[in-house]
Design a binder for this molecule. Structure first.
Ligand SMILES: Nc1ncnc2c1ncn2[C@@H]1O[C@H](COP(=O)(O)OP(=O)(O)OP(=O)(O)O)[C@@H](O)[C@H]1O
Ligand SMILES: [Mg+2]
Length: 273
């Protein structure tokens, strides 16, 4: 792995994570959520973080976002050490982070209003984004009147409006039915191909990770470390029914299953104590 000085040249990754450890103290007990994480994400790359529940995916994403600093180690994003959230890193949460009292249009416009954009700029940008995400007919609706898939679409439109070079997505499609999920995955890929943002996408879906990612980062269970990085060289659009796709799926499943079993064994030991 390259160890260039941050900021030194064009090959500088969009995200550089070195030696990241994160311990939580809860009820007098320490939980080591992450340990010894080293990872580079290239500008414009789409990387999936994959692993069983509790392996530290959200913790790692939050460290990149700057919501919760690591106990040890460093995260550099867009050439600057991460010490707090910033407009260069936009987060899409698993729960639809929409304002229920605002219409679709106002939700999408919110970040632009905060940034002090003119009415004209806001209007042009919001119109374009609503069209891009097939939401134009729903601009005056409130979140409660939308399906889950549409709400998640609004959440994506809202994050795209901010124009951050980096999108951090924490299981954004986890709660959706299979068909809606596939639609949104395709939409995300379309937008990514057009805008070339850097995306870190957290999921526990093996197929989802192989469908989306340039590289799948498989994490170990507690402490979360990088178990294996699996490059996905298949051309897009990918066919989940193809032999190549299924070969990768088997490989990644075996890695995840190992961690799942380790997790269950550890839980068994904990119960037996
Ligand atoms: N604020 C916190 N305080 C204490 N422990 C925490 C906190 N946040 C996370 N943890 C612990 O750290 C570990 C990793 O949690 P994290 O939420 O990052 O996992 P995850 O991989 O995102 O899981 P899931 O797939 O269920 O969302 C878990 O054991 C969790 O209980
Ligand atoms: Mg999580």
């Amino acid at each position: 792995m390259a160890t260039d000085v941050p900021g030194a040249g064009a090959a500088e990754p969009a995200i550089r994570i070195r030696g990241v450890r994160k311990a939580f103290a809860t009820g007098g007990r320490e939980v080591l959520a992450l340990d010894g994480i080293d990872l580079d994400v290239a500008a414009g790359e789409l990387v999936c973080l994959l692993g069983p529940s509790g392996c530290g995916k959200s913790t790692l994403l939050n460290a990149i976002a700057g919501f919760s600093p690591p106990t040890r180690g460093t995260v550099v994003a867009n050439g600057r050490p991460v010490t707090a959230p910033g407009p260069d890193r936009a987060m899409v949460f698993q729960e639809y982070a929409l304002f229920p009292w605002m219409t679709v249009e106002r939700n999408v416009a919110f970040g632009l209003e905060m940034a002090g954009a003119t009415r004209q700029e806001i209007r042009a940008k919001v119109d374009a984004l609503l069209a891009k995400l097939n939401l134009s007919d729903f601009r005056d609706r409130f979140p409660k009147d939308l399906s889950g898939g549409m709400r998640q679409r609004v959440a994506i439109a809202r994050v795209l409006a901010i124009d951050a070079p980096m999108l951090l997505m924490d299981e954004p499609f986890g709660a959706l039915d299979a068909l809606t999920r596939r639609n949104l995955q395709d939409e995300l890929l379309r937008i990514w191909a057009e805008l070339r943002r850097t995306i870190v996408f957290v999921t526990h879906g093996i197929e989802e990770s192989i469908y989306l990612a340039d590289r799948v980062v498989v994490m170990t269970y507690r402490p979360g470390t990088v178990k294996r990085i699996v490059p996905v060289a298949l051309p897009r659009p990918r066919d989940p029914a193809s032999a190549e796709f299924n070969a990768l799926k088997r490989e990644v499943s075996a890695l995840v299953m190992e961690e799942q079993l380790r997790h269950e064994a550890a839980e068994g030991r904990a119960t037996a104590d």
